[in-house]
Design a binder for this molecule. Structure first.
Ligand SMILES: CC(=O)SCCNC(=O)CCNC(=O)[C@H](O)C(C)(C)COP(=O)(O)OP(=O)(O)OC[C@H]1O[C@@H](n2cnc3c(N)ncnc32)[C@H](O)[C@@H]1OP(=O)(O)O
Ligand SMILES: CC(=O)C(=O)O
Length: 537
């Protein structure tokens, strides 16, 4: 039977102390539901003494039947005062949360400098505040702020603060590496001593200032801590908190502890990505376990081996954390990358054939010119389909023309496109809020009468990167376009020394890709032709 570890998520409290993260009460409710389904044991929802948004969150979340214990955060009472008069403690006890986490000082330097009070008064603040919260019917947890720095400066005082919390009935005493400067060896040594001296359940809360928050958390567990505070994706004050997306699978899959069920662990990647969307923070692609590149293989030697057995270059089976294996194709590819990619697309490819070598040489040559296929899966698929005979040229471009007009300060763009579809020449004109938008509109207008499904497609992202900045305007640019049909999303690439030409190339690839397998509808109604303003020649 593996030892259970209590997971305390503070994404909604310490996570929101991270720069650039701001969550509405509604966002917090959505995230709380995801965390609950993931199986964390405590959800710290915020600080009701801090702002009315958090008060609203606690009011709304009360109606949900969460399995996790909802926890409100606050600090010990103000110095030289009483708990009954303390407005923050009042908000905590009125929050409706089942538990309250109180942060209190354990470093003598902080007591003198930040609180500007005596060591005795701080101990009284800890004891009285935790007892007050407990007497109100809530479970009380103690976050021992700066515990490791405090212990190094004055171990007797730091331990005395923990004893006060224990005497007051704290359910968990959580040792905080608040400044994130402690090393794993020190954490192990200090936690081992605390576990021996303080007869109470011990937890750990670390910050990532030395990029050691995860390592420090694991060191504390090895030394006997049984409760972990952390956040999804490691969001948090300054450099962030301990990342639960790394800690939970490491404890569970590698160290034999039990945090959540195997099924819940399988939702981890989805939860991490969902929360990053709500927080509006891009996830680093190389984020361990849950990042897009966590199981992405690029080097030809790696891909050749994983096709034989994925364990050759994967430390765990990606599906255990809800992630999946990806194979990238780039100038570092070998034949195996191409074969694997082509198989993924359902193309028939001969492993020994010369064709794969030719395709790799072509990809390497294009990457040398500035193309990048890792971020442009749809362009890569077209290239492979063209090479292996899996694509049909459904339309050909005869010409396009753009005019950009500045009329008394109002700039407008117009595009004219001539294409041939099914032997028929089509000529369309369209406006747009910029030249690329005008081209996109004109091309789609030309094709919609043949492929009505094209109306559902739109561009969601457009990125331009200058490839050789020292050549100034003569430099090549790479354009990456992301498109969607509300069901799928795909990316295409174009490269040229002319930004319009590069955009056009990516645009045409996007439409060609969208048309794969799309029904051609010859019987489109005259009304649709009219509403789209089509002019046929
Ligand atoms: C390590 C951590 O992450 S702790 C959590 C940090 N999180 C936050 O600060 C976010 C939420 N905070 C807030 O909204 C506000 O700071 C509030 C509402 C809590 C307090 O606001 P204000 O009353 O305006 O005080 P302000 O933020 O300027 O200063 C903090 C005060 O709390 C005191 N304080 C700090 N820690 C403690 C503590 N553990 N116990 C009691 N008082 C404390 C400080 O000494 C300071 O008091 P002072 O005003 O007498 O100097
Ligand atoms: C409590 C807390 O967030 C800290 O000490 O870092």
């Amino acid at each position: 039977m593996s030892t259970p570890i209590c997971i305390f998520d503070t994404t909604l409290r310490d996570g929101t102390q991270g720069e650039g993260i701001s969550l509405t009460a509604e966002d917090k409710v959505k995230i709380a539901l995801k965390l609950d389904a993931l199986g964390v044991h405590y959800i710290e929802g915020g600080n009701p003494g801090s702002n009315s948004k958090d008060i609203e969150f606690f009011r709304r979340v009360r109606e949900l039947k969460l399995q996790a214990k909802l926890t409100a955060f606050g600090s010990t009472r103000r110095k030289n005062s009483s708990c009954e008069q303390d407005i923050n403690l009042k908000h905590l006890t009125e929050s409706g949360a089942r538990a309250a986490t109180l942060v209190g000082k354990t470093w003598d330097f902080h007591v003198h400098t930040a609180l500007q009070t005596t060591l005795e008064e701080n101990l009284a603040m800890i004891h009285e505040s935790l007892a007050f919260v407990k007497n109100s019917g809530m479970e009380a947890l103690f976050d021992a702020e700066h515990f490791f720095d405090g212990y190094k400066a004055n171990p007797e005082y730091a331990l005395a603060a923990l004893s006060k919390a224990k005497e007051a009935g704290a359910a968990w005493i959580v040792l905080c590496d608040t400044n994130g400067g402690t090393l794993p060896g020190e954490i192990n040594e200090i936690v081992s001593r605390v576990v021996k001296e303080i007869d109470a359940p011990i937890g750990i809360h670390t910050h990532n200032d030395c990029e050691l928050a995860v390592a420090n958390t694991l060191a504390a567990i090895t030394a006997g801590a049984r409760h972990i505070q952390g956040t999804i994706n490691g969001y948090g004050e300054r450099c962030g908190n301990a990342n639960l997306c790394s800690i939970i699978p490491t404890l569970q899959l590698k160290m034999g502890y039990s945090c959540v069920t195997g099924e819940q662990l399988g939702t981890l990647t989805g939860v991490a990505r969902y929360i990053s969307e709500i927080a509006n923070v891009n996830m680093p692609v190389n984020q361990p376990y849950v990042g897009n590149a966590a199981f992405a293989h690029k080097g030809g030697i790696h891909v050749s081996a994983i096709m034989k057995d994925s364990k050759t270059y994967e430390h765990i089976e990606p599906s255990l954390v809800g992630n999946k294996q990806r194979v990238l194709v780039s100038e570092l590819a070998g034949q195996s990358n191409i074969l694997s990619k082509a198989q993924e697309m359902g193309l028939e490819v001969n492993a020994e054939g010369m064709k794969s070598r030719e395709v790799i040489d072509r990809i390497k040559d294009l990457e040398h010119q500035g193309y990048q296929f890792e971020g442009a899966d749809a362009s890569l698929e077209l290239l492979l389909r063209d090479a292996y005979g899996g694509s049909e040229q459904v339309f050909t471009i005869n010409s396009f023309k753009i005019t950009v007009e500045n009329n008394e300060g109002r700039v407008s763009s117009e595009a004219i496109v001539k294409v041939t579809v099914a032997g028929e020449q089509v000529y369309t004109v369209a406006n747009g809020n910029g030249p690329v938008n005008a081209l996109d509109n004109a091309l789609r207008k030309a094709l919609v009468q043949f492929f009505p499904g094209i109306r559902d497609i739109h561009l969601t992202d457009y990125k331009v990167r200058v490839l050789d900045e020292k050549d100034a305007t003569a430099a090549k640019v790479r354009v990456l376009i992301e498109s969607t049909n509300f069901k799928d999303t795909w990316s295409t690439v174009g490269v040229s020394s002319n930004v319009i030409e590069a955009s056009w190339e990516a645009l045409v690839d996007s439409i060609r890709y969208a048309l794969i397998g799309m029904d051609k509808d010859e019987d489109i109604s005259p009304e649709l032709l009219q509403t789209n303003g089509l002019v046929n020649h």
